[in-house]
Design a protein around this ligand. Structure first.
Ligand code: HEC
Length: 147
């Protein structure tokens, strides 16, 4: 009688332990899943805020002008070509240079090739490309430097 109750007790104990184990496994799995979900959500949030940034500051018109009028010399990455063409990356655009050019060099006076609005667009693009971060310029700024 005593033996029987001991073995019943042992069975009950074993059963409880196995329940404990499975529930542990489950909660571990749940925690992993929750962590994965959180990472996913965080990634989505970052993507969304990146997309919002592009919407609030749209330099796509300037980017198109850069690609057709400036990229051949200053390069797609803005690093120029040493020693002939200076980098635009890591600088604030010298507006006078873009508007009036520099005689005796390959840098043309773009007031003869682009409208004032196109100059504003391309300068503001360059000033926000490749990590550049200068204040936007306006049509008045272009008019003020024209020679
Ligand atoms: C045919 C080649 C060529 C093209 C195209 C060109 N540039 Fe230049 N750019 C130069 C050269 C060469 C200089 C250096 C002039 C000098 O000797 O100071 C220069 C200088 C500059 C500078 C001054 C850089 C500094 O170090 O401060 C800016 C800003 C600039 N260019 C912007 C532009 C923009 C914007 C465009 C397009 C609208 C453009 N460039 C198109 C050749 C070019």
């Amino acid at each position: 009688m005593k033996k029987l109750s001991i073995s019943i007790l042992a069975i009950i104990l074993a059963f409880n332990v196995s329940i404990l184990f499975t529930s542990c496994e489950n909660s571990e799995k749940d925690a992993d899943e929750a962590a994965a979900e959180m990472t996913e959500e965080a990634n989505e949030a970052t993507e969304e805020s990146a997309a919002e940034e592009t919407v609030t500051a749209d330099y796509s018109a300037g980017e198109a002008i850069y690609k057709s009028k400036c990229m051949a010399c200053h390069q797609e990455n803005g690093e120029g070509l040493d020693p002939s063409f200076p980098a635009l990356k890591g600088k604030t655009v010298n507006l006078d240079m873009v508007v009036n050019g520099k005689e005796g060099t390959a840098m043309a006076a773009f007031k003869n090739q682009l409208s004032d609005q196109e100059i504003v667009d391309v300068v503001n693009y360059v000033d926000h490309a490749w990590g550049n971060n200068a204040d936007d310029i306006t049509l008045e700024d272009v008019a003020a430097v024209k020679k």
